[in-house]
Design a protein around this ligand. Structure first.
Ligand SMILES: Cc1cc2nc3c(=O)[nH]c(=O)nc-3n(C[C@H](O)[C@H](O)[C@H](O)COP(=O)(O)O)c2cc1C
Length: 369
């Protein structure tokens, strides 16, 4: 059968072998708190590449130490981190997938506990740090951040550019700017968290300035050939006072002009307690609206768990590709299974696993090993 999900997607000079992609998934597993990815990250990301994903996105990776969500996050602000990522990228490439990295700064949501070891801000004596944000407005339950000044904002933009350069040196094929889920760039976008009255706040143009500066700098580092994606929260789910889908459609056009290739469409995360109608594919309409109304490519994510569901989303033109998070963690071989369920022949079943393939159904004799 022909499949939209399993058709390749060209992205600038490269191509993803299919449109079933691994969403970034924080692991909070740098036990030495040095931001250096380790064997956990190699096996975590490597198994998705072996499992047939078209693109494997590394988790939210901090561009500065103070940009980590928790002390256990990965980073890309130094060369030791770059070299550790290079080993993981090599393995992903060896399995035929594209390697992507999500560049991130957590802003006022930084310096927190990992979900299995506590809640709220980690105090300085336990390895935490003071946080920064557009305005001195705390995320409920977290420490109050200090408002970034002009020099601080310039340093953040520079850090994204440096992180992009290190990511390319590590061999990553695709760069993503994390502008979603209530982290620093989203804090600048939303009027709920950005109460500045200088050129980095106020109007939509002012609030979007940081994101556009970051994307332009990352594009300059990426050159003509490397795809740049931007993950957005298409709505704060706080209408009318929060960030809205209309705002997202407007900035999607600006993002295109700034050099972004695709909007990775998520929602929420700015404040706790927003009412979100979570259901299978609940963020697909946001991706479809961005794609249709702004003309930029867009992906959908959120409760996409089934081969036929994913196929329908791509085949109907609602998204150019789908990102999948938790279903990949439940089954790292989701694409191999999805291809079987859709009746698609793929050329990248791992040879070591041939005898486990559904399509070949080889018999196992007693003396085989
Ligand atoms: C354990 C875990 C870690 C996550 N880490 C990130 C992250 O680093 N960056 C990000 O943008 N989203 C992150 N997310 C959100 C996912 O990428 C995805 O958007 C969300 O889980 C919805 O998709 P799903 O229903 O397929 O899991 C995370 C989600 C989970 C469950």
């Amino acid at each position: 059968m022909t499949s939209a999900l399993f058709s390749p997607l060209p992205l600038r000079a490269i191509e993803a072998r299919n449109r079933l992609w691994v969403s970034p998934l924080c692991q909070y597993s740098c036990e030495d708190q040095d931001g250096v990815p380790n064997d956990w990250h190699l096996v975590h990301l490597g198994s998705f590449a072996r499992g047939g994903a078209g693109l494997v996105m590394a988790e939210a990776t901090a561009v500065l130490p103070e940009g980590r969500i928790s002390p256990w996050d990965t980073g890309i602000w130094d060369d030791a981190q770059r070299d550790a990522w290079a080993r993981i990228v090599d393995f992903i490439h060896g399995q035929g997938a594209l390697a992507a990295i999500q560049l991130a700064h957590a802003g006022r949501k930084a310096s927190t506990h990992r979900e299995w070891s506590g809640t709220g801000t980690v105090p300085a004596e336990e390895g935490g740090w003071p946080t920064v944000a557009p305005s001195a407005v705390a995320f409920p339950g977290y420490a109050e951040p200090s408002a970034l000044d002009e020099d601080g904002i310039d340093a953040v933009i520079e850090a994204f550019a440096e992180a992009a350069r290190r990511s390319l040196d590590a061999g990553f094929d695709v760069l993503e700017v994390h502008a979603a889920h209530g982290y620093l760039i989203h804090q600048f976008l939303s009027p709920v968290s950005n109460q500045r009255d200088d050129r980095w706040g106020g109007s939509l143009v002012g609030r979007a300035r940081l994101l556009l500066h970051v994307v332009r700098r990352v594009r300059a580092v990426a050159g003509e050939d490397v795809p740049v994606l931007v993950r957005v929260s298409a709505t704060d789910w706080l209408e009318p006072e929060g960030w809205t889908l209309d705002d997202t459609v407007t900035i999607a056009q600006w993002l295109r002009e700034a050099g972004a290739d695709l909007v990775d469409t998520s929602t929420g995360g700015l404040v706790p307690g927003a009412v979100i109608p979570v259901a299978p594919g609940y963020q697909v309409p946001h991706a479809a609206a961005i794609r249709e109304r702004s003309g930029i490519a867009a992906t959908a994510v959120g409760q996409i768990v089934d081969a036929h569901q994913a196929e329908r989303i791509v085949a109907s033109g609602q998204a150019d590709a789908v990102f999948v998070g938790r279903e990949f963690m439940r089954d790292p071989h989701f694409p191999l299974r999805a291809a079987h369920e859709l009746g698609v022949e793929i050329g990248y079943w791992p040879p070591q696993y041939t005898r486990a393939s559904w399509t070949s159904r080889p018999t196992l004799t007693a003396d085989e090993d």
